[in-house]
Design a protein around this ligand. Structure first.
Ligand code: HEC
Length: 141
């Protein structure tokens, strides 16, 4: 049973590496294929775990539960962020944020502001309401 299973896995690898069956796949290329599959699974798990952790963060939850005010968010942005991202958020020393919500989810945007993980962008600690307003502004860019 076990042997059959292993053989069928090998056949699968053979097929993936060698669709025209011209020559059997070498042990090295099989090994590389399985190593790639294993790494892809690990990476996928890592990103899913990170995503779930970010979304489960109590601060993120608190912000997401609030209705943001875009105009107030714009004022907060102009006072705290415009120096790097430009008064219209179209980029200065920091990148343009136009259309940023297409690239980053709400919880990613919050993390970006509060984490301090990407220097030189500083770590901000806005009140949840301020963050909700800022988020509303960022989402509409
Ligand atoms: C000192 C300059 C600076 C300030 C102030 C600053 N940022 Fe940034 N920001 C950056 C830089 C530089 C990056 C790029 C970081 C990276 O990805 O390595 C960035 C990245 C970002 C991104 C991610 C952009 C993307 O394309 O993924 C967002 C969103 C963002 N900043 C929002 C803000 C907000 C909101 C504020 C104000 C609360 C702010 N930033 C203040 C410099 C700054």
């Amino acid at each position: 049973m076990l042997i059959t299973k292993r053989n069928s896995l090998d056949a699968l690898a053979d097929n993936a590496l060698n669709p025209d069956h011209s020559k059997p796949a070498s042990a090295t290329s099989r090994w590389l294929l399985w190593a790639t599959v294993a790494i892809a699974c690990l990476l996928a798990t890592f990103f899913v775990v990170r995503h779930v952790q970010a979304a489960a963060d109590p601060y993120v939850q608190e912000v997401l539960a609030l209705q943001g005010d875009r105009d107030r968010g714009q004022e907060i942005f102009q006072m705290n962020c415009a120096v790097c991202h430009g008064i219209e958020a179209d980029g200065e020393v920091g990148p343009s944020l136009l259309g940023v919500s297409a690239r980053k989810s709400k919880s990613k945007l919050i993390q970006q502001v509060v984490s301090g993980n990407t220097p030189p962008m500083p770590q901000f600690q806005p009140e949840a309401k301020d963050m909700a307003d800022l988020l509303e502004y960022l989402e509409q860019l």
